[in-house]
Design a protein around this ligand. Structure first.
Ligand SMILES: Nc1ncnc2c1ncn2[C@@H]1O[C@H](COP(=O)(O)OP(=O)(O)OP(=O)(O)O)[C@@H](O)[C@H]1O
Ligand SMILES: [Mg+2]
Length: 248
């Protein structure tokens, strides 16, 4: 579901560099960034996952990769992008870890070197996912969003408050960035899918309402567009309408 919707978001080919962020720490940014990057890579897209959280990097152990070189090494001119990128198994996904934690993350993220790095990544990949820090405690994610084509905001089901999400979205707006979508992490699995008590949901701007106090489980995971498409598919199955292509 997540992958399908990101493809929908990506219809605009200019949206290539995407920041994965959230209001606060621990809401599932890195997990979502990894899953999204991996699923796109497995669908044969050329994808780079970039650890742009230069304060508390955690991807190396999660992915079982060597964290010695990465984004900071490239920004400081110590290694080339080619040497810093690491393949993730045989998935096709290329990963650029953080590298050594710098004393001045915000400065690095605003540097000319960062601009060059992003344009090199942009030239080389179909999709570049920046795993960023949270928006509310530090400016880094906003600085990244300012240089990216848009942001995906992760909210943690029943934990992130409406106010926190509103403030996070305001931070993005303040730098002229766009929230391309909102991922609801750890939302309960639907009864039909059975299994675990967590999962992903995905929505657009008005997910702010749906992810909060209002709306049922289905609403929290289904956009209006999806509901419309589903309703039409159901009608088609019943033979009420003639099937048409999605692009009309
Ligand atoms: N859907 C999920 N189901 C179960 N555990 C999850 C889920 N999403 C995240 N976690 C766990 O929650 C913790 C925080 O997740 P993650 O590191 O992805 O968050 P983050 O937003 O990147 O955190 P930080 O702000 O520290 O970078 C991790 O231990 C991760 O394994
Ligand atoms: Mg993280």
């Amino acid at each position: 579901m997540l992958r399908t919707n990101m493809q929908y978001v990506e219809i605009d080919e200019d949206q290539k560099v995407i920041v994965m962020t959230s209001a606060l720490p621990g809401e599932g940014k890195s997990t979502t960034a990894i899953n999204l990057a991996l699923s796109m890579a497995l669908a044969d897209r050329s994808v780079a996952l970039v650890e742009a959280d230069l304060r508390r990097p955690r991807l190396a152990p999660k992915l079982d990769l060597d964290g010695a070189v990465g984004t900071t090494s490239v920004l400081l001119g110590k290694v080339s992008l080619d040497d810093a990128l690491q393949p993730y198994g045989d998935s096709g996904l290329q990963v650029l870890l953080c590298g050594p934690v710098p004393p001045n993350p915000s400065e690095l993220l605003q540097s000319h070197a960062m601009e060059t790095l992003l344009s090199d990544l942009r030239a080389r990949f179909d999709l570049v996912i920046l795993d960023a820090p949270p928006l509310l405690p530090v400016t880094d994610a906003a600085l990244l969003a300012n240089q990216a084509d848009g942001a995906v905001v992760v909210v943690r089901h029943k934990k992130t408050t409406k106010d926190q999400l509103t403030h996070a979205l305001e931070r993005l707006e303040a730098v002229g960035s766009k929230a391309l979508g909102i991922v609801v992490n750890r939302s309960p699995a639907s009864s039909s899918s059975g299994g675990y008590g967590y999962g992903y949901g995905y929505g657009y701007g008005d997910a702010l309402e749906r992810s909060g106090q209002t709306g049922g489980k289905r609403a929290a995971r289904e956009t209006k567009e999806e509901a419309r498409v589903r309703a039409r598919a159901e009608k088609e199955r019943r033979g009420d309408v003639t099937p048409t292509s999605r692009r009309g």
